[in-house]
Design a protein around this ligand. Sequence first.
Ligand code: MLT
Length: 324
Amino acid sequence: MKKIALALAAVAGLAATGAQAQDYPNRPITMIVPFAAGGPTDVVARIVTDHMSRTLGQQIVIENVAGAGGTTGITRGAQAQPDGYTIMMGHMGTHGAAPALYPNLKYDPTKDFAPIGLAAGTPILIVAKKDFPAKDLKEFVAYMKSNASKVNQAHAGVGSVSHSTGILFDSIISAKPTLVAYRGTGPALNDLMSGTVDFMTDQIVNVAPQIQGGNIKAYAIATPERSPALPDVPTTKEAGLGDYQVSAWNAVFAPKGTPPDIVKKLNDALVKSLDDENTKKRLLELGGVLPSAAERTPEGLQKLVESEVARWTPVLKAAGASAE
Ligand code: MLT
């Protein structure tokens, strides 16, 4: 009797999931952005969800949940109901660097999510306040080597992209500046423009407009090639620091256990958004890198997360980083 009841319950469960997925979404969806509004992750989220909302026929509401280098918001997302109504924008920090920096991290990036797909690659730039006393990267590195303790370096919390790529930079040039944490590199950029903080390593989609506007200066971009959005900014290799090669990414995740049909609907909406001319234009003009077809799949994102966790753990431990 018990076996029949269990079988019936399982069938009912599957049917419910099927029905749930069939009319999904029938109410607005929340996307958790684990950093302050106005920063790169928020910008990528708002650009890609604009068209996703149209495909899904429901509004995607951005909820900024900042703190602990993005792990506060991602923890909340990982623990949300796996019903497709709470998704999140994670990135190379929350789903790559964090495990190395948070021994008590409340989620495993490789196990506790239903990956939806990569939203944008985001090259990293070394940027400084407009009147920083170094005209190029060589002079900046020389200045840092002899004045590091007087230099303030902004980041968005331990384990964030700006933190992990920042301490990698510091370890490569053997400098130890004063680190200043923000709830996102959106607010950090405001202080960089006002001169309250000296420099940071940040994602191109955040800093490109201010570099183009001459409000901050860019010493180099840490990718093998220059960005079409910033053709005058040299690569780190051209500027004499070829060892500093690093890029970030932002991607959409749902909680583990989200029904496959719902994952498929979310991925389909993301892919259609990335194929939309206006979405592409907005991401490209900010220097974003459009994911390839393979990178847009849930399987491709799962592989990326696994490789990023494996890549960043030894790098950050070697750089002597830790959060706790
Ligand atoms: C942000 O959106 O503020 C950034 O992604 C934070 C970071 O990881 O540097």
